[in-house]
Design a protein around this ligand. Structure first.
Ligand code: ADP
Length: 245
């Protein structure tokens, strides 16, 4: 039954789509498109994590996402830190949308969804599957492929490709591999120097300073370690600075 306000008008449904979006990819766009077919409005909520070293600053990511949705009134961009469910409640969203790419995403997402439910039973998590062609796509892979000179035009909106070119100066590799690949996964795509930060990153290439245990990816982040999916799934840091943009 649709929610109605005191005047009897149907309340517009708002979903929050949290993540790091560094940068936004066509996989994200796919999930946002699907969300718009179910909810009236979607707020793309970028996690602000001062401990992270993203390629694009929060401001750049906000600008990129705005440019990717020209004139789309039903999509907003925002930033948040602190508990995700608190943020959702604050902006009046009753749903958190997450994308499920593969079975490998499931266990972790399931855990986060149940914890978020425990933290706030009024907020429901909804999972959406992208088109098969995006099921392997991640922001990290896009950055790697671009740095190594690969084509990303079918994987990201045009604005992202342009911004990547501006960032790196070229589509070709700008950083030679620092050391020979040491793991199977590194050999899969390339070897590289930068430290992986998320679960998926650890799956593809290894690095020096990533959080390694499940517990690190637990419920809340601490000052220096976690930099992971879980932070985006549940919360980031104590200092709450949500900014509606
Ligand atoms: P996170 O590290 O929290 O996954 P991301 O910015 O990478 O942050 O992703 C935000 C959300 O988008 C997550 O729910 C993630 O599963 C989803 N997502 C990312 N890439 C894809 C994709 N290719 N297809 C579907 N969902 C995706």
């Amino acid at each position: 039954m649709p929610h109605r306000n005191r005047e009897g008008h149907r309340k517009r449904s708002l979903a929050v789509f949290p993540g790091s979006f560094d940068p936004i990819t066509n996989g994200h766009l796919d999930i946002i498109g699907r969300s718009l077919s179910v909810f009236d409005q979607v707020t793309i909520a970028i996690l602000v994590n001062p401990e992270k070293h993203p390629l694009f600053t929060v401001e750049e990511r906000v600008a990129i996402i705005r440019e990717a949705f020209p004139g789309e009134q039903r999509v907003q961009v925002d930033t948040f830190s602190g508990l995700l469910v608190d943020y959702a409640e604050r902006v009046g969203a009753s749903v958190i949308v997450r994308g499920l790419r593969a079975i490998s995403d499931f266990e972790f997402e399931f855990q986060m969804a149940l914890m978020n439910r425990r933290l706030n039973p009024r907020i429901e998590t909804v999972f959406m599957m992208p088109a098969e062609s995006y099921s392997y796509l991640s922001s990290r892979l896009v950055k790697e492929v671009f740095q190594l000179g690969g084509r990303v035009s079918e994987l990201v909106p045009a604005v992202v490709e342009r911004r990547l070119r501006e960032k790196y100066g070229t589509g070709a590799a700008v950083r030679p591999p620092a050391r020979p690949p040491s793991s199977k996964s590194e050999r899969g795509i390339h070897s590289g120097a930068s430290a992986p930060n998320s679960r998926s990153e650890r799956g593809i290439h290894s690095g020096a300073s990533a959080p390694n245990s499940k517990s690190e990816r637990g419920i809340h982040s601490r000052a220096s370690a976690p930099n992971s999916k879980s932070e985006r799934g549940i919360h980031s840091r104590a200092s709450v600075r949500a900014r509606r943009t």
